[in-house]
Design a binder for this molecule. Structure first.
Ligand SMILES: [Zn+2]
Length: 194
């Protein structure tokens, strides 16, 4: 589920649509979380679908480490990549704003952790890596994990309008309890995607 202070906007012909903030979303806020309504599709199912359906699923979903596709049921599927993403993923549990996101800012995330095939990036960031591939994780996971660590203390201090919608299983609940200091398990790392 995506943070409610967001809306879909047309960006341009090459990018298509993107998701933009309609209110300030403070650093430390969960901007998306995996919920019980997201659609999980096994890879052999997707590969055998007609190309028209298969290509859209590949475009709008992300992949779990087991290869399954997760198709968000809401606008989260339209979040674009940036090489300087303002939301970093906590594994497949959710994504946290690593800096304040202001009204009209585009919400973006890091695609190298979820894509099988490299792609050419035109994100306009001064940090743009031009070609995005899963190998980027090797060079950047510590930096990306560090950005999350820097805002973890804020998670308890800012409004969390979507956290109560987190997927209802023991693992997801344990991660959230750990962030809030009520349990201690190892938090997901970007290097888990290697
Ligand atoms: Zn880029």
């Amino acid at each position: 589920m995506l943070h409610p202070a967001t809306e879909l906007r047309y960006v341009n012909a090459s990018i298509g649509y993107g998701v933009f903030a309609t209110a300030t979303i403070p650093a430390g806020t969960f901007v998306w979380i995996t919920d019980d309504v997201d659609i999980v599709l096994q890879s052999n199912h997707v590969e055998n679908l007609p190309a028209l359906i298969r290509d859209d699923i590949r475009k709008f979903s992300y992949r779990n480490k087991d290869g399954s596709y997760v198709l968000p049921w809401d606008l989260a599927r339209y979040v674009n990549h940036s090489c300087d993403a303002n939301v970093r993923d906590l594994g497949s549990v959710g994504g946290i704003a690593v800096r304040d996101i202001h009204v009209d800012d585009e919400i973006n995330s890091e695609y190298s952790t979820i894509l099988a095939d490299p792609f050419e990036c035109h994100c306009q960031s001064v940090q743009c890596r031009k070609i995005i591939s899963s190998q980027d994780i090797l060079d950047h996971w510590e930096c990306w994990d560090g950005q999350i660590k820097n805002v973890l203390h804020l998670v308890r201090e800012v409004p969390q309008p979507i956290l109560h919608c987190i997927k209802n299983d023991e693992y997801h609940k344990a991660i959230i309890k750990t962030i809030f200091g009520d349990q201690t398990i190892t938090l997901p790392s970007h290097k888990d995607f290697l």
